[in-house]
Design a protein around this ligand. Structure first.
Ligand code: PBG
Length: 331
C-alpha cells in the first residue's frame, strides 16, 4: 500500500472527522455482538451463585441461571458462551477424575443449554485446574507438572464434553501435544465436527487472579504456572506455538491475556490468517470495571478496549463485558 496525500492545505484529515456520519463512513473496523464470546461461571455448590468479589457485576450461576444467560446471549446476538465450572471442593482430587465425569457440572450444563437454547454455540475449557486439589492445570507428581499423563486426562475430558454436545473445545492447559491428541480422540470417537479453539499463546499472567477466585482455585494453587504457560518476554515463541497447534488440528487460536498482548494478536493474524481470538481476561475486566465504578474513567473504555482487539486483527473476543456491550451496541 502506498499512502498518497496532498500537502496541507489540500489534505486536511479533519474533513472526514467532522461529523458522526462521516466518521462512521470511513471507520476501518466495526464491533458487533457477533464478535463476542461470553465466559460464564457455573456451579451447583449451594450458596456459591453470588457475585465474584474481585469481578463486580459477574456472578456465578446455577445450571438454570446459565440457561437464562444462554437465552439472553441468543436475544442479544452473542453467538457463543464459554463455560467455566466452580467445582465442589470435595470433588477436587489429585487425580482430577471429576474432570471427565459425564455428569460433572460442566457436562450437565452443556446438555441443559443444548436442550433449551440449541442455537447458541457452547464453548468449554479443557484444563484440570477446577478439578485439581492443588489448583494446577495438569497432574502434579513430586512438585512437577506431568505433561503426557495430563494429555491423556485432557483427551478424556474433551471426549466427555463432546459427548455432552459442546460445539467448541478450548484447551487452556498449555501442555505439549494436547491438540493433536484431542483431535485424534475426537475423530476416533466420531466427533469429527467438534471445533477446537486452542489457547495457543497463553502467557503466565497475574491478570488471571480474579478468575482463580471465581473458580475457587486461588487458595489451592501451589506455586505458579510458569513451567507450562508462556513467558511474557516472548514473541517468536507465540508464533511457533500457534503454528504447532494449527498443524495439530486446531480450527481457531487464541492469545491470552488480551490488552497487554495486542502485538501478539496482530502477529498471529498476519502470519497465519486463521480465525484468531483474544481473551480479555478477568484482571483486565477487574481493572476497567473497578475504575468505572470509582468514576475514574468513563464506561466508553469498554468499547474502546474491544475495538482495539478488532484493530489488532482479532476475529472475536472472549469478554465478561459481552452482555453489557451487546446491549449498548443495540443488537
Ligand atoms: C484455566 C484457565 C484460566 C483462565 C481461563 N482458563 C486461569 C489460569 O490459567 O490460571 C483465565 C481466564 C481469566 O482470567 O479470565 N486453565
Amino acid at each position: 500500500m502506498t499512502p498518497i496525500h496532498a500537502p496541507f492545505p489540500a489534505a486536511r484529515f479533519r474533513r472526514l472527522r467532522r461529523t458522526a456520519a462521516l466518521r462512521d463512513l470511513v471507520a476501518e473496523e466495526r464491533l458487533s455482538a457477533k464478535d463476542l464470546i461470553w465466559p460464564v461461571f457455573v456451579t451447583d455448590v449451594p450458596g456459591a451463585d453470588v457475585e465474584v468479589t474481585s469481578m463486580p457485576g459477574v456472578t456465578r450461576r446455577t445450571v438454570d441461571g446459565t440457561i437464562r444467560a444462554a437465552e439472553e446471549a441468543a436475544r442479544l446476538g452473542i453467538p457463543a458462551i464459554c463455560l467455566f465450572p466452580f467445582t465442589d471442593p470435595s470433588l477436587r482430587t489429585d487425580a482430577c477424575e471429576e474432570a471427565w465425569n459425564p455428569r460433572n457440572i460442566t457436562n450437565r450444563t452443556i446438555r441443559a443449554i443444548k436442550a433449551a437454547v440449541p442455537e447458541i454455540a457452547v464453548m468449554t475449557d479443557i484444563a484440570l485446574d477446577p478439578y485439581n486439589a492443588n489448583g494446577h492445570d495438569g497432574l502434579v507428581r513430586d512438585g512437577v507438572i506431568l505433561n503426557d499423563e495430563t494429555v491423556e486426562c485432557l483427551v478424556r475430558m474433551a471426549l466427555a464434553q463432546a459427548e455432552a454436545g459442546a460445539d467448541i473445545l478450548g484447551p487452556s492447559d498449555m501442555m505439549d501435544g494436547r491438540i493433536g491428541a484431542i483431535r485424534v480422540g475426537l475423530e476416533q470417537a466420531g466427533h469429527k465436527d467438534v471445533a477446537i479453539l486452542s489457547y495457543a499463546a497463553k502467557y503466565a499472567s497475574a491478570f488471571y487472579g480474579p478468575f482463580r477466585d471465581a473458580v475457587g482455585a486461588s487458595g489451592a494453587l501451589k506455586g505458579d504456572k510458569k513451567t507450562y504457560q508462556m513467558n511474557p518476554a516472548n514473541r517468536d515463541e507465540a508464533l511457533r506455538l500457534v503454528a504447532r497447534d494449527l498443524s495439530e488440528g486446531a480450527d481457531m487460536v487464541m492469545v491470552k491475556p488480551g490488552m497487554p498482548y495486542l502485538d501478539i494478536c496482530r502477529d498471529v493474524k498476519d502470519a497465519f490468517g486463521a480465525p484468531t481470538f483474544a481473551y480479555q481476561v478477568s484482571g483486565e475486566y477487574a481493572m476497567l470495571k473497578g475504575a468505572i465504578l470509582n468514576g475514574w474513567v468513563r464506561e466508553e473504555v469498554i468499547l474502546e478496549s474491544l475495538m482495539a482487539f478488532r484493530r489488532a486483527g482479532c476475529d472475536g473476543v472472549l469478554t465478561y463485558f459481552a452482555p453489557e456491550v451487546a446491549r449498548s451496541l443495540g443488537a
